[in-house]
Design a protein around this ligand. Structure first.
Ligand code: SAM
Length: 250
């Protein structure tokens, strides 16, 4: 298989399929997101990153890893919330990062550094990050426990992991929304906007086989995280999960 220049080999076949898919849809990704979510995804990211660095004193730069950063919407939002953040935007789809870089202007160019990396083996030093943000990325991973252990490794004591994600629905209303919108309408809208039908069939499939909140929280607990909270968004369609590395944990 030929990878685009700057790419790296994922850990397994599932990773290769996901990487190829995101490299393929990189140019239409933002447009599809805005149309499919009616712009709500932007509000969700803003809400998620608001308190991300609140534990870091204003007297120093906050180190933040935007994991599965895609086209950098999360990184840009983090910088809006904390102008002195120093952000590593990591993703294994080089084309997504390359497209995202075209959106960076002024100070954002200096503060956001893109890095092609796999979430299962982060190219980031131990205890070097104050926070990790991951929007709509975890659901795509091959081995979530392994990736969670990596996230725990790179966070400083007191650090925060913030995950914005579509978890497997457990309540009747979110199950209904998932069935009607995600499984029925969304692949058609995604297909119409990007011309890529397969990529937007993948989305509802990946939600259906992902963890629900409780199971994901258990994975995080096993990796060492504490103080885990879940905040449902828009009738539970998406959720923000926050988890922390204890101050005295290491
Ligand atoms: C749905 S997009 C989300 C992008 C961005 N965070 C956002 O909010 O729009 C998922 C991203 O996760 C990345 N991704 C999936 N699996 C990954 C892995 N194992 N390592 C690194 N990035 C991965 C994909 O390349 C893609 O850019």
């Amino acid at each position: 298989m030929t990878l685009p220049s700057g790419s790296l080999a994922p850990i397994d076949e599932h990773g290769q399929t996901v990487q190829t898919m995101f490299d393929r849809i990189a140019r239409g990704y933002d447009r599809a997101n805005r149309v499919m979510s009616l712009g709500i995804d932007t509000r969700w990211r803003k809400r998620a990153v608001g308190p991300l660095c609140s534990h870091v004193p204003l007297t120093r730069d906050a180190d933040v890893l935007d994991l599965c950063a895609g086209t950098l919407d999360g990184s840009i939002e983090i910088l809006r919330a904390r102008a002195s953040a120093r952000i590593i935007a990591g993703d294994f789809a080089a084309e997504m990062l390359a497209y995202g870089e075209t959106k960076l202007t002024g100070e954002a160019r200096a503060r956001i550094t893109t890095k092609v990396m796999d979430a299962h083996r982060l190219d980031v030093a131990d205890r070097s990050q104050d926070a990790i943000f991951c929007a709509f990325g975890i659901r795509n991973l091959s081995d979530v426990p392994r990736a969670s252990a990596e996230q725990f490794r790179v966070l400083r004591p007191g650090g925060q992991l913030c995950v914005l994600e579509f978890f497997r629905p457990t309540r009747w209303l979110t199950k209904l929304v998932h069935r009607v919108y995600n499984q029925g309408l969304l692949p058609l809208v995604g297909w119409a906007v990007t011309g890529d039908r397969e990529a937007y069939r993948y989305l509802p499939r990946s939600i259906g086989r992902f963890y629900d909140h409780a199971a994901y929280a258990e994975v995080l607990r096993s990796a060492g995280f504490v103080d885990i909270t879940v905040e449902p968004l828009t009738f539970g369609c998406a959720s923000i999960v926050r988890a922390h590395v204890g101050e005295a944990q290491r």
